[in-house]
Design a binder for this molecule. Structure first.
Ligand SMILES: C[S@@+](CC[C@H](N)C(=O)[O-])C[C@H]1O[C@@H](n2cnc3c(N)ncnc32)[C@H](O)[C@@H]1O
Length: 240
């Protein structure tokens, strides 16, 4: 059974842990070619602040972008996939960072939201992510459509919390049971929770003290619920 603990970057075993720190530094300590799938939601570089005043670290200065993508590429196994959300206003910066790291774009996903996050020239009601390859990953037997629904997460734990039901199909499509999933910008731990719920191992990295705490506590709750569901023989919980 997976266990969650507050860990430091010095630990050699990164499986089933939320690590507190800068993802560039943490990934530098991870072995090359050790991760089966990356699913991550970096700061969009938009200086976001929600109605409650919550903000996101590194959401303005993009100096982290290239080194973080270079490390993500290094730790991902050869012939595997990364899915990375991004802010469309900074698509040129993200794309340059992915390309210079070595990633090849092999798909683009639009996540349709039932609400608009902003209204200006358009009502902005989708999120987006690139599907990025390291090498030549095998094709999935039943490829997902590249337009997906994204229900509202409620953003209780994090101002830009991604809903677990939008993440689970991606993890299932690009990994097998027991394989490893990395989220280098873990926030409240949504990707890590989705990985644990689907029987994969997770590694999350979060630098913000409060969000790190939220993610750590959340993964303990998810772990307990998965264990309880397993012992009662019922299905996996999706709202955690
Ligand atoms: C867009 S949010 C991720 C939200 C997450 N998907 C969720 O569902 O909660 C990006 C997160 O990356 C964190 N972050 C920013 N720069 C970082 C870095 N260099 N290393 C680790 N975490 C970082 C921020 O604190 C923020 O919580």
């Amino acid at each position: 059974m997976a266990t969650t603990s507050v860990a430091t970057a010095q630990q050699s075993n990164f499986a089933n842990r939320i690590l507190h720190g800068d993802c560039i530094e943490v990934m530098r300590q991870m072995p090359a070619n050790s991760i089966d799938f990356i699913l991550t939601d970096p700061p969009y570089l938009v200086n976001y602040r929600d109605r409650g005043g919550r903000t996101i670290q590194n959401d303005l200065d993009e100096s982290w972008l290239k080194p973080a993508m270079a490390e993500a590429y290094r730790v991902l196994k050869q012939d595997r996939i990364a899915v990375m959300f991004y802010g469309w206003t900074k698509v040129d910066s993200f794309f340059e960072a992915w390309r210079s790291a070595g990633f090849q774009p092999v798909g683009h996903i639009v996540f349709r939201k039932s609400y608009s996050s902003k209204s200006r020239f358009l009502r902005y009601q989708h999120e987006q992510a690139f599907l990025l390859a390291k090498g030549r990953p095998p094709l999935p037997k039943q490829p997902l459509g590249d337009v997906m629904e994204m229900p509202y997460s409620g953003n209780k734990l994090h101002p830009t919390q991604k809903p677990i039901p939008a993440l689970v199909p991606l993890i299932r499509s690009f990994t097998l049971q027991g394989e490893s999933v990395l989220d280098l910008f873990a926030g409240s731990g949504s990707t890590c929770a989705a990985a644990l719920l689907t029987g994969r191992t997770y590694t999350g990295v979060e630098m913000d003290d409060a969000y790190f705490q939220q993610a750590s506590e959340r993964l303990i709750r998810v772990d307990q619920r998965v264990a309880a569901k397993r012992s009662s023989g019922s299905g996996i919980p999706t709202r955690v």
